[in-house]
Write a new protein. Structure first.
Length: 404
């Protein structure tokens, strides 16, 4: 190659490098947020590294376990997508959102409507790799639940129970092991436990579910919840309101209620309330929670479905029914129980393994019905029956407050 041609090629390459470098410089000068127009994700999930890069509040209280996607379109507009933040909406996108440039950041504020009709106000900022977002004035579409908002538990009393028994068929059945155990033992225990620790459930306009609750007093045993009516005569000062943002709800067709637990937020709240004293079996419990986490996360996206039905009893105004297909994942608890219960306990007869838990008068009945089966064999049998029999469990609610 002759020298003039070499010089020409060298000069051409030099000019191309200068143009490319100048273009990069112009792009960098226009890229005030140092991220250009590339989409950026923000998260405050417990699994996010270094505590996440999203500070989010919902109805003026911190909300964790969420993701937000932010894409700057130009210096004045951006698209923002909320993932699983509004009840019943897997994602909510705000397009062409107005943004205001600041010191290495952008701020934004406005009103929006979600895909299901939920209205809300948003305000926040993004910059330095982090986002702050506050959602206020949230209002989900109205339903029969939001019209009343506050519903009261039907407290246990002679002839009254807060729970509906549909295990084995409508009204319950004692023709199977699980039906017998549930009708004679678990139904009473569940009803009395709910009556003892819950007073009301509120379905708030922003999609939050809260409850007035109280812990079981010291000395209350499982056995004492199986017989009688649970804890009665609780003063009004016992009840306290649960925090916001632990669980949300939405309603479809006024017949189906979906409860959406925020697993990350619940764990966060437990950590806030956690005692410094570590209890026995904490490692086993942590393992169980880990095994259920993915299954519960399914509820945290689509929600736990309950059918809304007429109460068909003079003691209540509404019945919320949990059907079998919604709770089949919880049958895993039987396998987890077998994994964390000591082998010597699993090999004991049920009445012996549960002594001190069930009332003594129930022990002979269990031995007769179970024909000497061990606790481990009984758990296997329960799992088998749960997979084949009809199951419904419900909660009665009243518009008027009753007292236990």
């Amino acid at each position: 190659m002759n020298k003039p041609k070499e010089d020409m090629i060298r000069n051409l390459l030099l000019h191309l490098l200068i143009i490319a470098g100048f273009s990069l410089l112009l792009t960098a000068c226009d890229n005030d947020d140092k991220d250009g127009n590339l989409p950026t994700s923000y998260s405050n999930k417990l699994s996010a590294p270094d505590g996440g890069n999203l500070t989010l509040t919902y109805s003026s209280r911190v909300l964790i376990g969420k993701d937000v996607y932010f894409k700057k379109k130009d210096s004045q507009h951006a698209d923002m997508t909320l993932f699983g933040i509004l009840p019943g909406e897997p994602k909510t996108t705000i397009e062409n959102m107005a943004i205001q440039p600041g010191n290495n950041s952008y701020t934004f504020t406005g009103n929006a409507t979600g895909t299901n009709g939920t209205t809300f106000r948003y305000e926040g900022s993004v910059g330095n790799g982090k986002m702050t977002l506050n959602l206020t004035d949230v209002a989900i579409p109205s339903s029969s639940l939001t019209a009343q908002e506050k519903w009261y538990i039907v407290h246990s009393a002679p002839g009254k129970s807060p729970v509906y028994n549909g295990v084995g068929g409508p009204g319950g059945s004692t023709s199977s092991l699980i039906g017998m155990l549930y009708s004679l033992v678990l139904n009473n225990m569940l009803g009395n436990a709910i009556s003892s620790v819950l007073d009301e459930v509120s379905f708030k306009a922003d999609g939050n579910i809260t409850a007035a609750y109280a812990p079981l007093p010291d000395g209350v045993t499982i056995g004492s919840l199986i017989v009688g009516n649970g804890v009665t005569g609780r003063p009004a000062s016992d009840w306290q309101q649960s925090p916001l943002n632990l669980a949300f709800y939405y309603v479809k067709n006024n017949t189906d209620l979906y409860v959406v637990p925020n697993i990350d937020m619940i764990i966060y709240q437990v950590q806030l309330n956690k005692s410094t004293k570590a209890g026995e079996g904490e490692g086993g419990l942590a393992t169980a929670i880990t095994q259920l986490y993915e299954r519960l996360n399914n509820w945290s996206t689509k929600g736990l479905k309950l059918a809304i039905r007429p109460a068909e009893t003079s003691n209540a105004d509404l019945l919320l029914v949990l059907e079998k297909e919604e709770i089949e994942d919880l049958f895993l608890l039987l396998d987890i129980a077998k994994a964390i219960i000591p082998a010597e306990t699993l090999n004991q007869p049920v009445s012996e393994a549960l002594s001190g838990i069930i009332p003594p008068e129930y022990a002979p009945l269990l031995d007769l019905f179970l024909n000497g089966k061990t606790l481990g064999e009984t758990l296997d049998l329960l799992h088998k029956e749960l997979n084949t029999m009809p199951i419904e469990i419900g909660l009665y609610l009243s518009k008027k407050q009753t007292y236990n």
